[in-house]
Design a protein around this ligand. Structure first.
Ligand SMILES: Cc1cc2nc3c(=O)[nH]c(=O)nc-3n(C[C@H](O)[C@H](O)[C@H](O)COP(=O)(O)OP(=O)(O)OC[C@H]3O[C@@H](n4cnc5c(N)ncnc54)[C@H](O)[C@@H]3O)c2cc1C
Ligand code: SF4
Length: 510
């Protein structure tokens, strides 16, 4: 008997190994309690994962596959993949195991030892889950000193003929339409674009069953399992995508960087949890967006902005992870070593922008990109928080978090811990950015306009203190060398005061 092992984040339609399944083949799926407890993953993440797996297994059974399925509640709680596979091998006379290349480095690395322990060969096969295979990305990256997302994105647009004219030019003449996007909160308040409601969620007894189990088995994990607010089936995910394309894509571009209190999603798609589990494919998202543009249902700036995220950023981040692991997890270019602030899991801080992002993550296992990058990421960067502790926090809190996507985003994009493998500068920002792009400052106990004193927004001192601390590293950076020069022009007394204020604030967060 041959076993096709489907990992929980590989629930892809048209699984290539299933095409070869015959009566000597079984499909295996395992809900592993030790894996689910590896970190304190958000309860909604675990609920979505296991519910999606159970739905997927049911669909496979319906299509005639012989499915071996291990639930969280079956057998001993301590049983991991190895114990379950061992039992299946004995009971079903399994002689070989096949699976798609795992998306996580550690899982891939563990397979030779697992095979040895089980006494059967484990064969990995190329996965179609991403548009760019790992070796293709590595070939593109070879010899390049600096890897730029923009260059990779343009190559993919051309090679895959996405949003291109028949003459091979970018649709509309420009590759990048950011100047029409990224509009400010002030513009948002003036125009008041209508934010469409999310699609209604159908009652799902599988989700309810899993949520009850997760709440019981992982009680100390953040969030409430029963609050899961996205569907857990391929059909539900496709309907969600369709709804986004019809109701929100048109406004995605202009407001993609805006933050509005009480509006967790705005015009974002919330397709990352589905894409990362394999429930929908990047091709489906790209085709649907391009079609909306070709049919005149969405403007080019929004469609290009969305395609840039899915084709550009997502594929680039994935390629980078596989290019740079395992070194990626050892980086700490800025020597950051502060442990997480005490409010990391409840958001009880006076910084309104930060507390709204943390409580949003606890409630929904989701923040949109700017809250992740420019609010929380900015805080962790400026405050000098320890890279692996920050990585752990992000991995625990979001329902779309998987190692391949978190490692470059957290260690590279927000913390600059890799020293700039792909970012040309750290995304450091002061209070002015938060005030321009969001409306949190209006109800904050701090004042973004005050630069010093107990009422001053902490981002002021944190921002300048950051440049002071890392002046040698950034002095010759063409994009931010100017900020270092500005820091250096400050008087010794000003510098001492700023440093003391930043340090006092950070100490109080411990
Ligand atoms: C610190 C940090 C942590 C992040 N963690 C995750 C994560 O765990 N999982 C995850 O899927 N994305 C992550 N991202 C990327 C991005 O923030 C999320 O994909 C996005 O917010 C998900 O919401 P959405 O589907 O509404 O996205 P939209 O804004 O609607 O964007 C569409 C899609 O583009 C893709 N995308 C956009 N930016 C990125 C990016 N930087 N990396 C990879 N894909 C991208 C995602 O698939 C996303 O669903 C992270 C970004 C940062 C800065
Ligand atoms: S004043 Fe500062 S801490 Fe408060 S919301 Fe604005 S940026 Fe955030």
């Amino acid at each position: 008997m041959r076993l096709i092992w489907i990992l929980g984040d590989q629930l892809i339609p048209d699984h290539p190994l299933l095409k070869t399944a015959d009566r000597h083949t079984a499909v295996g799926m395992i809900e592993s309690s030790p894996r689910g407890s590896h970190l304190r993953y958000h309860q909604q993440k675990l609920t979505l994962l296991y519910a999606a797996m159970r739905h997927h297994a049911a669909a496979l059974k319906k299509s005639g596959q012989r499915v071996l399925y291990r639930r969280l509640t079956d057998g001993a709680r301590s049983d991991g993949y190895g114990e379950v596979l061992k039992r299946w091998i004995q009971e079903n006379k399994i002689t070989e195991i096949h699976l798609l290349d795992p998306n996580e480095y550690d899982t891939a690395q563990s397979l030779p030892a697992l095979s040895k322990k089980l006494g059967v060969p484990i064969h990995c096969h190329r996965s179609p889950q991403f548009l760019v295979p790992r070796d293709d990305f590595a070939a593109w990256a070879k010899g390049k000193k600096h890897l730029l997302m923009e260059a990779h994105y343009r190559r993919l647009r051309t090679e895959k003929n996405i949003l291109m004219t028949p003459k091979g030019q970018p649709e509309g003449g420009d590759w990048n339409l950011d100047d029409q996007n990224r509009r400010t909160y002030r513009e948002f308040a003036k125009e008041r674009p209508k934010i469409p409601p999310l699609p209604p969620l159908e009652k799902d007894s599988v989700v309810q069953e899993v949520a009850a189990e997760v709440a019981k088995l992982f009680p100390d994990h953040p969030g409430k399992a029963a609050g899961l607010w996205v569907p857990a089936t391929r059909e539900g995910a496709l309907a969600w995508l369709k709804h986004f394309i019809r109701t929100r894509l048109g406004q995605f571009g202009p407001w993609e960087d805006t933050m509005v209190e009480g509006e967790a999603v705005l015009f974002h798609s919330v397709i990352s949890p589905f894409l990362n589990l394999g429930l929908i494919t990047p091709q489906e998202c790209l085709q649907a967006a391009e079609k909306a543009y070709r049919e005149g249902k969405a403007p080019l700036n929004s469609v290009e902005g969305f395609i840039r995220q899915v084709l550009g950023w997502r594929e680039f981040i994935h390629g980078l992870y596989w290019l740079k692991m395992p070194e990626y997890k050892k980086v700490n270019f800025l020597g950051a070593e502060r442990p997480l602030p005490r409010w990391a899991y409840d958001g009880k801080t006076d910084m309104r922008c930060v507390s709204q992002a943390v409580t949003g993550a606890v409630d929904r296992a989701y923040n949109h990109h700017i809250q992740r990058l420019m609010v929380l990421g900015n805080y962790f960067l400026l405050g000098g928080y320890e890279p692996l502790a920050v990585l752990r926090w992000y991995t625990e809190m979001y329902f779309d978090a998987y190692d391949w996507v978190m490692v470059p985003n957290v260690l590279g994009m927000i913390l600059f811990a890799d020293g700039g493998w792909f970012a040309t500068k750290p995304y450091a920002a002061g209070a002015a950015y938060q005030e321009k792009m969001g409306n949190h400052c209006a109800s904050c106990r701090f004042d973004p306009k005050q630069k010093e004193g107990p009422e001053a927004c902490p981002f002021h001192s944190l921002y300048w203190n950051f440049y002071g601390q890392h002046a040698t590293k950034f002095r010759s950076n063409p994009r931010i060398g100017m900020m270092v020069a500005m820091w250096e022009k400050k008087s010794a007394a000003d510098k001492t005061r700023i440093r003391a204020e930043a340090e006092k604030f950070l100490k109080a967060q411990a």
